[in-house]
Design a protein around this ligand. Structure first.
Ligand code: JFZ
Length: 432
């Protein structure tokens, strides 16, 4: 647990203690739903479609004129998230295309001016809170719609090579003011928001270029309990991080090999985000889905290193989460309903990562996740004399633990079954 994050003689900073307290629910929750949804669900070629296909604003306008998600029911989404065992969800309030999913006063480029005629952020928030889930909003710092967002600062900007755009004077301050005003609306008019998920900083477009300290101060003033991600461009690992460094790290491209620590060795909260196929926004022809077992193992792997997993869905033009995603999440949920105690509120084990799977730990209880059909016994190196008894989580059945050579060995059932060992109290002497 983060609670015993001491290393050597160091004493945690007050910043670190605040962080620990603020992120307690988040570290307990472990599993969330990411939702990438917007106009790009109509072309259905991913959320980068406008940039990738160099569409100008008029080309993209057809999707705005048509956006009418007749089957959108956020209660259905929230029930799916719950069934999967997820405890929170993050919706794209605005993605890079600049389209606003709420009734903003800052622009007419918003959902209430489309046939959808709905404040989709509000209905999302209400439905997910109703189902007892924590709620977050993704907000893109990048904006391909706003005339003052510079095409030339952005290699992928759809208008970058457009003659009309060349030589145009971009009033950067205008864009930053607009962006601050939009964020202000989101944290002022929608009740309690649990997470602000800014995306993303690049090159020199980071930190104070976004007036990030001021932005974060404003957000925290309106929402003292909010968690902020780390994509404003600060460095979380510093002992005295920038105001805008964020509350949780977001490792890219998978689960890190080791827990994430700051420069004093204290554990940092983190969240890996992951697609179910190879796309964030709905892509009709992307069939490369992970299996439920893949998802379970990513999650297990993340928790074993003190992290969370945010699994993405990309609802389609009708507002439906793809069938295949639903099926995967339901299977994950079946597993979670049996084994969730090894995930929620669990974290890094004091024992080394075993060759055959992962450990998580909650107090004196060690959870062991077997990743492969095993051959003979499973070695429990370093656990000799520490295991009092071992039981399968799914049915409470006994797992035999026998002293053998220098290690204890034990007998599991199927892959992804978990056994738990009620250990003797073991002094936690090293940094957890
Ligand atoms: C961004 C978006 O561009 C993408 O569309 C999606 O929303 C994803 C969740 O976030 O993609 C990124 C942003 C930052 C990094 C990588 C992908 N990064 O920091 O390496």
């Amino acid at each position: 647990s983060l609670g015993s994050g001491l290393k050597g003689q160091d004493v945690p900073t007050s910043h670190y203690e605040d962080l620990q307290e603020r992120t307690a629910w988040f570290r307990e929750a472990r599993f969330g739903m990411f939702i990438h949804w917007g106009l790009y669900s109509i072309p259905a070629r991913g959320e980068w479609v406008r940039a990738q296909e160099r569409m100008n604003i008029e080309d993209y306008q057809v999707y705005f004129d048509e956006f009418n998600p007749v089957n959108y029911n956020p209660h259905v989404w929230a029930k799916l998230a719950k069934a999967a065992g997820m405890k929170y969800a993050v919706l794209t309030a605005k993605h890079h295309d600049g389209f606003c999913m709420w009734d903003t006063k800052t622009t007419d480029y918003k959902s209430t001016r489309t046939p959808a005629n709905q404040d989709l952020v509000r209905t999302f928030l209400e439905a997910f809170r109703d189902e007892g889930l924590k709620v977050g909003l993704y907000y893109s710092l990048v904006d391909w719609y706003h005339p003052d967002y510079p095409a030339y600062g952005d290699r992928q900007h759809p208008m970058r090579d457009n003659e009309d755009w060349k030589g145009k004077v971009h009033k950067w301050d205008n864009y930053v003011g607009y962006m601050h005003e939009q964020v202000n609306e989101l944290v002022t008019n929608y009740g309690e928001i649990d997470i602000m998920w800014f995306d993303f900083s690049y090159w020199s477009y980071r930190g104070e270029k976004w007036r990030a300290s001021e932005l974060v101060q404003m957000v925290r003033e309106k929402q003292p309990h909010i968690l902020i991600d780390n994509r404003l461009g600060g460095d979380m690992e510093k002992n005295d991080p920038d105001v805008y460094a964020g509350d949780f790290d977001g490792p890219e491209q998978g689960i890190p090999r080791e827990p994430i620590r700051n420069e004093s060795g204290y554990l940092l909260p983190w969240e890996a985000c992951m697609t179910l196929n190879d796309s964030w926004g709905y892509k009709a022809k992307d069939y490369n889905y992970k299996t439920a077992q893949d998802v379970i193992r990513y999650l297990t792997n993340a928790v074993s290193k003190g992290g969370n997993l945010l699994v993405n869905v990309g609802p389609n033009a009708y507002g439906e989460i793809p069938k295949r995603s639903q099926e995967i999440l339901h299977s994950v949920g079946d597993w979670m309903s049996v084994n969730g105690e090894a995930i929620y509120g669990a974290g890094i084990s004091e024992f080394d990562k075993p060759e055959w799977g992962r450990f998580t730990q909650k107090g004196d209880t060690l959870y062991a996740f077997l990743f492969q059909k095993h051959f003979g016994h499973i070695g429990l190196k370093g656990l000799k004399d520490k295991v009092i008894k071992a039981r399968l989580v799914k049915d409470g059945s006994e797992v035999i633990v026998t002293p053998f050579w220098n290690d204890e060995t034990s007998d599991f059932d199927e892959p992804d079954d978990i056994f738990l060992a009620f250990g003797k109290p073991v002094p936690l002497t090293y940094p957890l």
